[in-house]
Structure formats: C-alpha cells, structure tokens
Design a protein around this ligand. Sequence first.
Ligand code: SF4
Ligand code: FE2
Length: 632
Amino acid sequence: MDDKILTADKATAELISKAKNDGVETVWDRQQIMKAPCGFGEKGLCCRLCAMGPCRISPTPGKGAQKGLCGATADVIVSRNLARMVAAGTSAHSDHGRSIAHVLHMASKDGNYTVKDERKLLEVAKRLGIETENKDMFDLAHEVAEYALNEYGKPFGKLTIPPSVPEQRRKLWEKLDIVPRAIDREVVAIMHSTHMGCMADAESLITMSLRTALADGYGGSYMGTEISDILFGTPVARSTEANLGVLEHNAVNIILHGHEPALSEMIVLAADDAELLKLVKEVGAEGINVTGMCCTGNEVMMRHGVKIAGNFLQQELAVITGAVEAVVVDVQCIFPALPELAEAYHTKFITTSPKARITGATHIEFDEATAYESAKNIVREAILNYKNRNKEKVFIPGSKNHATVGFSNRTIINHLDKVVNSHIDPTGTFKPLADCLTSGVLRGAVGVVGCNNPKKVHDQSMIEIIKTMIANDIIVVATGCAAQAAAKAGLLSKDARRLAGKGLATVCELVDIPPVLHMGSCVDISRIMELVGEVAKLLGVDNCDLPVVGIAPEWMSEKAVAIGHYVVASGIDTWLGITPPIMGSEEVVDILTNRIEEMVGAKFFIEEDPMKASRQMIERIELKRRRLDKKM
Ligand code: SF4
Ligand code: FE2
C-alpha cells in the first residue's frame, strides 16, 4: 500500500500500520489489488438479468453497443439496477423490523424478552388503532406485534402511515400512487417488474422505487425503531466513549457488530451474569468489556451507554488490535474477510444468525426462545478465549472520545421542555425547536447519516461536513456510522458547542444538548422522519418547506439507497457523497437530480467534495428559509 492518507482517524491509521507489520490484509489492501472499480458497473450499465446476456452498454453515447440483446437501453438497465438496490435495501431494514416484531410477539412477564416501555407500547397501539383499554400489557404487545407482522403481507389496503407525516405529504403520495401496500409486496413488485421483459421505463421504475422505499421508511424501519423501544426502552441521554481506545488490556473484550438489538441486548445482560463473572476471575481477567460496532453498537450505546469500538471500516482493525476475544455478529455490514483475519489472531469470530452464515466462522445460533442461555454460551466462548490472547501482539490505540448519546424524540422533547414557559407555551412538543428554526436562531437542520466507504478518506467527509454545518448554526442529527464518526471526533460531546455558531451554541447551552444529536442506528432514521414531520405539522407546512436536508457523505450499502429514496420522497433534499451507479443514464440522472423535485418537492444532489456539498446544503437551506418566510 502506498502512503496515501486513508483515514481521518488516528486510531485507524495506527492499526492500518499494525496490519502491515503483522502481514495481514485489510479492505484498503484489497481495494489496491482491485485497482479501479468495473467501469460498466460503476455507471450502472451492466445487465445480467437474463441468460441472453450479460450485456453491457457502452458508456460513450453513440459508440459501441447502445442496447442489450433484448433492446434494453442504458436508461432501462440503469433504472432497473437502481430499483433492485432499493428493493434489497428495503428488504434488509424490513426483515430486521420483522424479526423485532417476532420478538415482541414472544414477550412475556417471566420470559427472555419483556416490555420495558409500556408508554411507548400504548402510543404505538393507539397509532395503529388498537384498543388499549383494560388490556393486559402482554396481550396488547402481542396484538401490536401481530398488526406489525400483518403489514408485511396483507393482501388488501395500504400501509398504515404514521401520524407524523403531514397531511399534505400523505395526499401527495396518494396522488402519485406511491403509498406502499404491504411491505413484502413492494419488494416483490420490484423484483417482478425488473425481471427480464417487464418494466422498461425509467420514470416508472423510479416511481416504483419511491413506493418501495417508503415501505422501508414508514414500515419496516419505523416498526424496527418503535418495537425496539417497546422491548428495550426508549433511549435517554447518557454518556459514553467511542473509538478503539475503549478496548481494555485486562478485560475480556467482546465486540458486538451487526444490526438487530435482540442479540446484543441479551449479550449485554449476560455480561453481568454471576456465573460468568466467576469464570472471568478464573481465567485471570478483570472483567468483561462489551463494546459495539456499526448499528448494533448504536442500539446498545443508546440504551445502555455501551462504548463504541468504531464504525464500519474499523471492523477488521478491531481484530488487528489483538485484544479482542470475540467478534459477535448478527446481520448486515459484516465483512466476509473477518474469519480468515481472526485466525491470524486469537479472536473468535462468531456468527449467530441463520440469515448471515459466513464460511470459516464459529456459528452459535442465537435462539430468541432461549435468548439468555444462547447469549451466555456466546459470552462463555469469549471468556474461555482470554487465555489465548498473545500479549505481544496486542496494540490498543490511545484514541477515544467522550460522547453524549440517546436522543430519541421523547428525550429531545424532554430537553426542549426545559426552556418552555409553561404558562404561555405547551410542554411536550417540538415547538421550541420550530421557533428556533423560524426565528433564524438555528438556520436549519441536517441529517448526517450512513456508512463508510474506502473510496473516501475514512470519516473525513462526515467530520468536515458536520463541523461546517454547526459552525453555520445548522443543528446536526446523526445516525449509523456517521454518528460514530462524530462520536470519535468529539462532536457528540457538549464541549463541541465551542465549534458551533452563536445561535446554535446558545440553544445547546439552554437546552443542555451537544450540537450534534445521536439519534441511533440506521433504522432509526425513522426517528428523524418523525421529528421533521412533527415540526412541519406544528408550522402548518409540508416537510419540503422546512430548511432541512440530509446527506450520506460516505455511503456504501443498498440500504442507504433505499433510505435516500424515502427521504427524498418525504420531501427532504438528499446529498450523496459517493456517486451512485446511475451515471450511465442521462435520463435517470435527470429524473433523480432534477425532475423528481416537481413530483415530491425534493431531489438528490451528487457531490463527492465535502466542502462543495456543504456550501450547496447551506445555500439550499437559506433558499428554503426565504420561501418559508413568505409562507408564514
Ligand atoms: Fe441483456 Fe436484456 Fe438479458 Fe439484460 S435482460 S442481460 S440487457 S438481454
Ligand atoms: Fe447501519
């Protein structure tokens, strides 16, 4: 590997060097071997939907093959490929939501899973129109779970849209016929319509993609968040630390990596088990240090203050510290490279989900019915592995930063209530936030979300964008790996107020919040959608009228493509810091970055340079402010 700067994060840089010294490979080595990505794939111009192909369209208009064997044009091929990305992303989030609904369905008083947040259960039951009076809490929980599970496959009707969606938006979706039907149905509809010989019209495919993505944002993801809150508690603000420096020299280090909280919640509980703590003593360790990575890390960080070892591109580096007894994974964003890498150290790489089995892993299937015992077995494996740690191979970087996390909407409202004069204004609403936006104390809000991608310097774009936004009095809400980048850079600490503009700094001081609010995992972008919708409703406008934008500066997954589509369909302009595989079709680019605005009042911006993207976002926010002023 040449000496190109690969990361903005010191701990990451130190461990990339260690990898080199240890003679093990990382994603950056494989990127170098791969050289440039496939030019056809990068533009979305390769089709392998049938066995007459694969066909690839020349990226130069008018030169070489301009159509597949079936006659599919670049516009058709690009839009079909994109629609399939949306379908895959939607299925990942929604299958996560489904699993959590199944867990709710098995919740019981004395079982492994119970109801931690009865108030949330009642709120969700009410929004679904389920009678709550005189009902046993668990009966109600099971009814909510059944309702949720039916949303996946109901044969008739439409998805139950949450009341946080403004009326204008809901009507617009109806007019455009993009209100989702059942969640699974929308995914299947895309898979069918993109089968060879079906849909061959870019605009119709993009419209379908919006409908499917809405099934994610207001169906699968939304329920994933709500039901997790019911089961495990709605997050409240709490302190934690982030980066690989949270690993400990004398403790059994366990990394939880993946997405669904059903497993990670149980591991956190099992790490306190008396029998296991006795075993810890026996193996000569001082304790069990459970840490998180990616979204499962966000889930337990929000609810328990579990420390974050790092974000997506640090998963291999955690193993390379030589200090990790077990990497325990469930689903999504897990490198298949991990088992081989773990073999070069003493780390046990443990898969737990039948949805994500990985060759070379130790598989300990996590059974929700016997969840606590399953979790204990996993933790026991880690403890027993402590004796195999080779102290000479250990390097734990010094870097870690303090973070305040846990900003669910309820927690945000509780903080806002601190500044409400209850004789004049109602408590329990986002009104103070709406007032700050309309008065201009806050110029706007931006959601910084998404993954890491080695096409970019790790974490750099996210940090630059966040710093620019807060300096310009734009409050940031963050989820996923972007939130973890912010945590590592100290931007989730209350001290980060000193980097904020005067207006934002004052708001942070009064409301007692950091300038960047950690709102959870990627499925928790549903919290951001709820927040935006509620503020729009308070002001009597639509989402697209608010000075609010979103950006995924370093995205990589199909889930991010689905998110982008539902955020735009919700009326929020969305920046992509990595160019999506659509540049092979002028038509698709024109629809997504231009014409779609006429449909839904928002569009995509593609800008890889973080400073340029920041300037565009500020301009757009100011434009929205001027328009909003005229409306008010
Ligand atoms: Fe080629 Fe058409 Fe088959 Fe795609 S569907 S592989 S473009 S013949
Ligand atoms: Fe995620």
